[in-house]
Design a protein around this ligand. Structure first.
Ligand code: HEM
Ligand code: HEM
Length: 240
């Protein structure tokens, strides 16, 4: 009799927990992996889980963390790209009489620009072979759309901007070459100053578009850090 009533209690509590309308919205009370919860797949699903456990740290700053290679590539690329934009801006606004501009600023910008291209390609390949954590279920639909769009834009521009830089340098009739640490890379495009002007415009415009997307990206991370601290939508811990 006592056993029966204990069993009844457990059963009703479990049903109430799973039927709770707030559970899906906050996603914090749950002990099941978020992806299963979002997609409604059964608990015993044999679909592959993320490489890092989803449930052990629910509610902590590191909930749904990105795999280590993705985190390392993210921060390396972030540092390289932000430094490249700053250096690009400085070197193109300095007066031409300053020797450092052509002695090391342009060559360093090109070297690290080619490196950024390499990181961008490796990051894309790693992404296709990694199960990435899902976007937090607690985001409004417009926030998910904006965040996905901004991330896709950054992934594409992080490859296209250095390609335009290479095309600009390569087609310039008075180019100093494209150095890459151990030696010069071949300049594959035919020399043509009209083509150079187009690539120069594309490189500049797309680099500042990338900067705009990065500003939106950082703004979003900071917004959720400040307003949703500790919740599932406070995503900074996923990338640390
Ligand atoms: C993600 C990689 C890169 C970023 C974010 C980037 C960003 C920038 C920025 C912001 C400028 C200043 C534009 C202006 O205000 O006129 C610039 C200029 C320049 N970049 Fe890049 N760059 C990258 C890669 C490259 C690469 C790979 C090369 C060449 C191999 C290159 C060559 C140049 C040159 C020659 C300039 C000066 C253009 C001029 O004098 O008008 N960049 N870059
Ligand atoms: C201080 C600057 C930055 C901070 C604090 C930051 C933070 C973050 C965080 C917290 C995430 C995870 C977002 C989520 O899970 O929804 C993320 C993802 C991402 N970030 Fe950043 N980020 C920074 C700079 C950059 C820069 C400069 C880029 C340039 C390409 C970038 C590209 C990305 C991409 C593409 C993702 C999606 C995950 C991936 O494919 O690697 N981030 N970032």
């Amino acid at each position: 009799m006592l056993a029966d009533s204990a069993l009844w209690n457990i059963a009703t509590t479990t049903i109430a927990f799973h039927a709770c309308p707030f559970r899906r919205k906050t996603g914090r009370q749950s002990h099941v992996p978020v992806r299963e919860e979002q997609e409604g797949t059964p608990l015993m699903s044999d679909a592959p889980l993320l490489q890092e456990p989803l449930h052990s740290d629910v509610g902590s700053a590191f909930h749904n963390r990105y795999p280590l290679p993705v985190r390392l590539l993210h921060w390396t690329r972030a540092a390289v790209i932000l430094a490249l934009i700053a250096l690009g801006l400085i070197m193109t606004t300095l007066p031409e009489t300053i020797a450092a501009q052509f002695a090391w600023m342009y060559p360093t910008h090109k070297e690290f620009g080619v490196l950024a291209f390499g990181i961008g390609v490796i990051a894309l390949v790693v992404r296709t072979r990694t199960v990435m954590p899902p976007h937090p279920a607690g985001l409004a639909p417009w926030e998910t759309l904006l965040s996905k769009g901004v991330q896709a834009g950054m992934l594409i521009l992080a490859i296209v901007v250095p390609l335009m830089g290479y095309a600009m340098s390569s087609s310039y009739t008075q180019s100093d070459g494209v150095p890459f640490f151990v030696g010069d890379l071949p300049e594959l495009l035919p020399k043509n100053d009209r083509a150079f002007a187009i690539f120069q415009w594309l490189h500049e415009t797309l680099a500042y578009t990338l900067l705009g997307l990065i500003a939106l990206h950082i703004g979003g991370v900071v917004k959720h850090r400040v307003l949703d601290k500790g919740r599932e939508t406070d995503v900074l811990g996923r990338m640390l």
